[in-house]
Ligand binder design. Structure first.
Ligand code: NAD
Length: 318
């Protein structure tokens, strides 16, 4: 396969992200065990096929994802200016802490685990679990100091409920937050992030859409035990996956293509833990770039998923 994966601009950052982003939570063994050898081979294949964007967090696998990603990046040995790394702060194995002290300490720990001098993006992780006013008044200003020190280049926020993004972006000066990462809100079963795009554009914010496979719901193997979806949503996705299999189609490929078609998202961040998954997800992007569509089967899948369309789950302080 040629190295021609599409690059897309991320808001006003000047960064150009590969349209398929490498979600590194699986490298923390959260979707089943992954050896160092498998991780290194997966990251190597990602680079070979044109993926330049890697996302992790100290939370994934209780720091394991950052360690394994760092080891893999070092082993592959691509020059630092040719890839983009984002990690997060505020969410840890032992709970949430968005205080200036903790996030300032946390980036140094992340850099050490990642074996890097700086990260391109540092994001406040799942802010609906903290006080949004603390994020605005304490966490973001702390991240701005890290930016001045050169430890991070850009600032982001992540979380599940879409209302958190308006709340924070309405209360910080324009240009303070460079990027938002939303997950499980732009895929075949849930498209609600689309409604927020005009607002996010008006704020000049880059948008990363994560979990195009709804954290495993849109895969033949199904979701992990910890998946928070209702049994109704899980059953509907199972039915859709089985239907695709009967028709000789892979639901994950259809789901990747669906998300990739909307070019307002700078990167579709998918969790990967094997060379095969990298190849399959890049192949999906190549089909999109060639204009190969799946309209007929999509209509049927959307019909199966209609009763659960846009169904989500609670997240954060209720
Ligand atoms: P996902 O929807 O990307 O699904 C990942 C699962 O699908 C894993 O089990 C993976 O092994 C499997 N998979 C990947 N490609 C496949 C293919 N072609 N065929 C079959 N199975 C395939 O969910 P995710 O990993 O949770 O999300 C992607 C990334 O986005 C994460 O790794 C993380 O970096 C980021 N993320 C961030 C937040 C946040 O900040 N709050 C939340 C969710 C995800």
């Amino acid at each position: 396969m040629e190295k021609t994966l599409e690059l897309r601009s991320l808001g006003n950052t000047g960064l150009k992200l590969s349209c398929v982003g490498f979600g590194a939570s699986p490298l923390g063994s959260v979707f089943g065990p992954v050896s160092d050898e498998e991780a290194i081979a997966t990251v190597r294949e990602a680079f070979r096929l044109g993926i330049n964007f890697f996302d992790t967090s100290p939370y994934y696998g209780g720091t394991l994802s950052e360690k394994v990603l760092g080891k893999s990046l070092k082993a592959v040995g691509v020059p630092r200016d040719q890839f983009i790394v984002s990690t997060k702060c505020g969410r840890y194995k032992d709970g949430f802490d968005f205080s200036a002290t903790r996030v300032t300490q946390s980036i140094d720990e992340s850099l050490e685990r990642l074996q890097l001098d700086y990260v391109d993006i540092l994001q406040c992780h799942d802010i609906e679990f903290g006080s949004l006013d603390q994020i605005i008044n304490e966490t973001i200003p702390a991240l701005q100091k890290l930016k001045e020190k050169g430890k991070i280049r850009f600032i982001g926020i992540t979380g599940l409920p879409l209302g958190i993004f308006n709340y924070v972006l309405d209360r910080v000066p324009l240009g303070t937050i460079d990027v938002i990462l939303s997950y499980c809100h732009y895929g075949i079963n849930d498209t609600t992030l689309e409604d927020l795009l005009p607002y996010l554009k008006s704020k000049g914010v880059g948008v990363i859409s994560a979990s195009p496979l709804s954290m495993g719901l849109l895969t033949e193997n199904g979701p992990p035990d910890w998946h928070p979806a209702s049994s109704e949503l899980k059953a509907a996705c199972r039915k859709a996956a089985d239907f695709c299999k009967e028709k000789g189609k892979d639901i994950s490929k259809l789901a990747m293509k669906y998300s990739l078609c909307n070019k307002d998202f700078s990167s579709i961040l998918v969790g990967m833990k094997s060379v095969q998954q990298v190849q399959d997800n890049v192949a999906a992007a190549m089909e999109v770039m060639k204009g190969e569509k799946d309209d007929e089967i999509l209509v049927e899948i959307e019909e199966i998923l209609k009763p659960v369309k846009n169904q989500t789950w609670p997240s954060g302080i209720q």
